[in-house]
Design a protein around this ligand. Sequence first.
Ligand code: NAD
Ligand code: ZN
Ligand code: ZN
Length: 389
Amino acid sequence: MKANCWYDKHEVRVVDVPDPKIINPHDAIVKITSTAICGSDLHLYDGFIPTMEKGDILGHEFMGEIVEVGSAVKKLKVGDRVVVPFPISCGNCFFCQKELFSLCENSNPNARLAEKLWGHSPAGLFGYSHLLGGYAGGQAEYARVPFADVGPIKVPGELTDEQVLFLSDIFPTGYMAAENCNIQPGDTIAVWGCGPVGQFSIKSAFLLGAERVVAIDRIPERLRLAREKSGAETLNCEEVNVYDALMEMTGGRGPDACIDAVGMEAHVSGVVGAYDRVKQAMMLESDRPQVLREVMMCCRNGGTISIPGVYGGFIDKIPFGSVMNRAITIKTGQTHVQRYLRPLLDRIQKGEIDPSFVVTHRMRLEDAPRGFEMFKNKEDNCIKIVLKP
Ligand code: NAD
Ligand code: ZN
Ligand code: ZN
């Protein structure tokens, strides 16, 4: 089959690889009909996530048709149309029982590696380095899905691929980011980053009852989408001082909750930006945490910081005194996608949201290398690319 594989920093190639096979009775094989490129893939592309190996198949947002099931699979049969969540979860362990699916303790065969870096290992993820299991991803014609009775959700034929594909990651991710804000009537939520995750965080904050959402980015068309499709107020962080603007908009108190939908590759200008870029390049710091610093300083006293943005390792100059003294709550995590599949599919079916609003580009799987370049550089007003194998 054809698959989009990682070869090096800024080098991915679509190559022929062996078809996946059932290797465990709980596996299923999916023939992929749609897959996408995620902001998390950019961290791999930019070389910031360790333990990638040449030839690793990328991709963790995919859906398609079941073409084979292992002997122990009960809920799925050949021909079912499914969306597959990006965390791989057993459904039975301590964490899965608590619906903390992205922390499954049975799905990362390389847990030892993760324990060295982070103290404990989270779940394995599709297409996301050997540190997180070394699983082949879904930017391919076929994928092997472990624990097939736990992850995939069947989707009805009347919804298009683009309406349901993002149940695999970015819709639940934005939703969990908003849910983690514990939104109360009258709340103002600020969202840093208007990429796909930011867009779904904004929509979800409104779905969960926020009165105002302020969206922050530096890319005009992403800010425009946040205004026009979701009704957010927007700030261009290259034109205004974000802290000053937010204080002005909230009577000097600060937003009730702040969402960091940017993560480890924040764009920063000036001295602080140079400091982070140099330290990250010299491996003295693994992440550029400028947005994290900003959300900490902007959030109101006693407010909540929700962090869907991905961080990899160790960060510098974090104003923790601000967090402690002002009683800030921090919530974060890779999304427990399985928990949100059914309720969010219901919202799509009821017409409360049509997730396809983020799609700006459709390409063939063969064009994935061009797609990565385009998405990274935000060329041609690119916000979300769907690949068709
Ligand atoms: P993206 O790269 O399309 O979006 C990031 C946005 O942040 C861009 O629009 C960029 O212009 C903006 N940005 C950069 N610096 C900024 C700054 N200083 N202030 C404000 N905005 C700034 O990526 P995405 O697909 O939207 O993903 C966003 C983050 O969410 C990534 O870190 C990704 O890894 C993470 N993510 C996490 C999960 C999870 O399970 N927690 C799932 C999916 C994605
Ligand atoms: Zn993702
Ligand atoms: Zn588990």
